[in-house]
Design a protein around this ligand. Sequence first.
Ligand SMILES: C[S@@+](CC[C@H](N)C(=O)[O-])C[C@H]1O[C@@H](n2cnc3c(N)ncnc32)[C@H](O)[C@@H]1O
Length: 273
Amino acid sequence: MTGTKKVSEMSSAEIKEAVRKSYERAAQSTRDDCCSASASETERNHGTSSCCNPESAELNSRTNHVEELGYEVVKMPDSGTESFTEYANPVAIADLKEGEVVLDLGSGAGLDMFHAARKVGSTGRVVGVDMTQAMIDNARDGAEKLGLDNVEFRLGDIEEIPVEDESIDVIISNCVINLAPNKAKVFQEAFRVLRPGGRMMVSDMILETELSEDIRQDISCYAGCIAGAILEEEYLQHIRNAGFVDVEIVDKVAWKQAFNTRIVAYKPKSGNN
Ligand SMILES: C[S@@+](CC[C@H](N)C(=O)[O-])C[C@H]1O[C@@H](n2cnc3c(N)ncnc32)[C@H](O)[C@@H]1O
């Protein structure tokens, strides 16, 4: 990590590297969750454990939660369960249609991708982008164990998405954009790669009130999906500024100091505002 440097003293590159290392540790360990990989004194004191990769008992409870929410439940290989976020992205998955091309921003070990792959079927395709090689490796292993041949994994930064212009029907993302230092850039990139008329369905940690300064400045709280979260109105404005229309909050669930918020937005059919 970056020692005791405050988040506000770190460059974007340093923040991303700290986040990447935290998820690399989480991906490489089947026992430690990323809470233990990244938890600091501050985080423990404030009860802000990470939003990802709960231990196995919690995995079961998330699996049940996923079932309750109507996922077509697939038996996940171990490597596909190692970067679970606490809440799934069921709205996004449920809305997918046969034949669609889906992009998952920050795909982790691939859970949402695997569900999406089943929904879009053999005529569709799911591309996952993640900046942590160990996560990509786990996701590839998982896809192989599940026998999925309509998924593809790309190592890259969601602030510079390694995907061609207007090639994607649906963008999904689950608990990732809060981790990006430049959220405006993420949404500009998402707009670029979506085809006109395409949709974006993200699930992310968003704030209703400002965080305390000590949480905001703690890099392990940042890697744990809290300290990088921004206020709802600012988040929605970034989406609208990128050119998206009909931006709507579908639902939100309180999580620690933030809300796990699901948002749907569309790229206009004309391709412009
Ligand atoms: C909380 S995990 C969520 C993973 C997955 N979406 C899930 O629900 O299980 C966050 C993931 O985002 C990735 N990530 C964080 N910042 C990123 C960035 N700027 N570009 C690409 N991936 C990023 C991390 O490597 C990690 O795999």
